[in-house]
Design a protein around this ligand. Structure first.
Ligand code: NAD
Length: 280
């Protein structure tokens, strides 16, 4: 089974669109997403453009604030404070990576955790790992929804997460634990990644190495979620060797068209959740 992330994301956006229309009639207001982009990173510019496009498409207020790469850190922090107080703004996202002279940690910690649609604020990270209600980072949330498409009950499954980044690997681990999986977190210092993968019922690859996971790393019946987006001479490929692994896996996400589209749909979902909580 090839897990169609594009279709699942489109369905989720449709659901969100309907929900926003209902919220509009209840509150006479719609969720608002503000994205801040600092600098000219080409990939970030594309991501931000897509975020703006889909936010508008589902009926949100969408605003992008663009700053030059030499922006003073204080200007950014002041802007975030201002957005924290703005009732029309339900969610704030500062596109990463930031230029080196800006302290990423300070920026993340300045965002009001109730408007932190990326789920990167330490309060949300802590809540997630304590099993409490929190904003969940968009990409792992998208992976979870795709996993659930294949199998509703993941309890007792053996899951291997490749990569331990704050963005992907760590929150993914928490989500799998919440589903009662037995989780192994692997990383660049893991001794025998192949052997770890061979034991897994679920593999989440979030590494950034093209086609790292090979066909003989995966047992029959495993569900494989490929987070990787790697530019190569032959185009964009994932962290999983799709041609090999799709022959043995029970289900697998393609790249592109798998996890990628879910990330933005989950950002919209998080923005709606923040709006609803602010109106309770
Ligand atoms: P990162 O560089 O922050 O982290 C990579 C992780 O991989 C690290 O924890 C490192 O220890 C581990 N690693 C490195 N080499 C390894 C090896 N040989 N064996 C096992 N582990 C190893 O990366 P990230 O931000 O988590 O992104 C990972 C990938 O996901 C990238 O390709 C990125 O472009 C992609 N990504 C996709 C989306 C999406 O929407 N689909 C979103 C974010 C990132």
């Amino acid at each position: 089974m090839i897990i169609d992330g594009k279709k699942t994301a489109a369905e989720l956006r449709e659901k969100i669109k309907k929900e926003i229309s209902k919220l509009k009639s209840t509150y006479n207001a719609v969720p608002g997403l503000t994205v801040i982009l600092v600098g000219e990173d080409p990939a970030s510019k594309i991501y931000v453009k897509n975020k703006e496009k889909f936010a508008k498409e589902v009926g949100m207020n969408s605003e992008v604030i663009r700053y030059p790469a030499d922006l003073e850190e204080k200007v950014l922090l002041d802007k975030i404070q201002e957005l924290n107080k703005n009732k029309r703004v339900s969610g704030i996202l500062v596109q990463l990576p930031l230029p080196k002279h800006i302290d990423k940690r300070k920026v993340i910690e300045t965002i009001d955790p109730r408007k932190d649609v990326d789920g990167f604020h330490p309060m949300n990270v802590g809540n997630l790992s304590s099993g409490y209600d929190s904003s969940i980072p968009c990409t792992p949330l998208g992976c979870s929804l795709l996993l659930k498409k294949v199998e509703k009950n993941l309890s007792g499954k053996s899951a291997v997460v490749i990569g331990r980044s704050n963005l992907n690997g760590k929150p993914m681990t928490q989500l799998l634990l919440k589903e009662n999986c037995t989780v192994t977190v692997t990383h660049s210092k893991t001794k025998d990644l192949k052997a770890e993968c061979q034991r897994a019922d679920i593999i989440i690859a979030a590494v950034g190495i093209p086609k790292l996971v090979k066909g003989d790393w995966v047992k029959k019946g495993t569900i494989v979620i490929d987070v990787g987006i790697n530019k190569t001479d032959s185009g964009i490929v994932g962290d999983v060797d799709f041609d090999q692994v799709s022959k043995v896996a029970k289900a697998i996400t393609p790249v592109p068209g798998g996890v990628g589209p879910m990330t933005i749909a989950c950002l919209l979902k998080n923005t709606v959740e923040c709006f609803k909580k602010s109106n309770i």
